[in-house]
Design a protein around this ligand. Structure first.
Ligand SMILES: [Zn+2]
Length: 231
C-alpha cells in the first residue's frame, strides 16, 4: 500500500493510504487506528483520483478530522507484555511477525500503535487458544470431568466460568499467568461441574488436584490487573 497526498483548498495536507481494487467505485475508509484509506478502481488515473478528491473534499475533510481525533486518543502501549507468568520487555525491529524468546523477550514489527496493539492481542489470543484449551483438556482427563464445551472468553470480569449447558470458558488473558495459576483456574472450573457453589466439598475437590490455591489466588490479585492492559 502506498501513500496518496492531497492538499485541500484550505492548505491542509491530507495523507491517504492508497490501494487499487477490482471494484468499480472509489471508496474512502477510516480504520480504528485513525488511518484514512482510499480504494481506487484499477483503471482510474491518479489525476482522476485527485479530481475526485477535489469534488468530494467536504467528505474527505470530515474523515480527516475524525482520523486526527482517533489518533490522539490511541493509547500508548504498556511497557511490558505478560506471557506465561513473566513480563517481557520488547523491542521494535524489521520483522513482519511477532517473535518471542524466553531470554530476549519480544521483538515486534514497526507498525502504527493501534495496529501493533491489535497484532499483539491476536498473537496472545492464538497462544491462549492453544495452551489454555489444551491445559483444560488435560485436567478434564485427569479429573474425569467433562464440560459440554471448552472455549475462550473476552470477559472483563471473570477468569473462568462454568455452566452445565454451555461448558467452560477461560479468559484468554490467562495466557499471561504462570502455569500453576492456569492450572488452578482449570481445576476450579472443572470442579464446578460437580459442585456448582463454593462449598466446603467444592474446595476439597479443588485441593485434591492443586496445592497452590492460595498462591494462585494471590497471583491473580497481585498481577491480574496487568493482564488487562492489552485489550
Ligand atoms: Zn467458582
Amino acid at each position: 500500500m502506498s501513500l496518496l497526498k492531497y492538499t485541500a483548498r484550505n492548505g491542509e495536507l491530507i495523507e491517504l493510504k492508497f490501494k487499487r481494487s477490482a471494484r468499480k467505485k472509489i471508496i474512502l475508509r477510516l480504520d480504528r487506528a485513525g488511518n484514512v484509506s482510499i480504494n481506487v478502481p484499477s483503471c482510474l488515473t491518479l489525476k482522476k483520483v485527485q479530481h475526485w478528491l477535489c469534488d468530494n473534499e467536504h467528505n474527505l475533510i470530515q474523515f480527516w478530522l475524525q482520523a486526527q481525533q482517533i489518533k490522539q486518543t490511541v493509547k500508548a502501549l504498556p511497557k511490558k507484555i505478560w506471557f506465561r507468568g513473566q513480563s517481557y520487555m520488547y523491542e521494535i525491529s524489521q520483522t513482519n511477525i511477532i517473535l518471542w524468546n524466553q531470554q530476549l523477550g519480544f521483538t515486534l514489527p514497526d507498525l502504527p500503535l493501534e495496529d501493533l496493539r491489535q497484532l499483539i492481542v491476536n498473537w496472545l489470543k492464538a497462544q491462549a487458544q492453544n495452551e489454555l484449551i489444551t491445559r483444560l483438556g488435560h485436567w478434564a482427563q485427569i479429573m474425569q470431568l467433562w464440560p459440554k464445551a471448552m472455549a475462550l472468553s473476552q470477559s472483563k470480569t471473570f477468569w473462568g466460568v462454568c455452566r452445565n449447558q454451555t461448558g467452560i470458558r477461560l479468559n484468554w488473558r490467562l495466557i499471561g499467568a504462570p502455569d500453576y495459576v492456569i492450572d488452578y483456574v482449570c481445576i476450579h472450573e472443572l470442579s464446578h461441574l460437580k459442585h456448582p457453589n463454593h462449598s466446603q466439598a467444592f474446595w476439597s475437590l479443588v485441593a485434591q488436584y492443586t496445592s497452590q490455591i492460595a498462591q494462585a489466588k494471590m497471583w491473580l490479585r497481585q498481577y491480574g490487573y496487568d493482564l488487562f492492559k492489552f485489550d
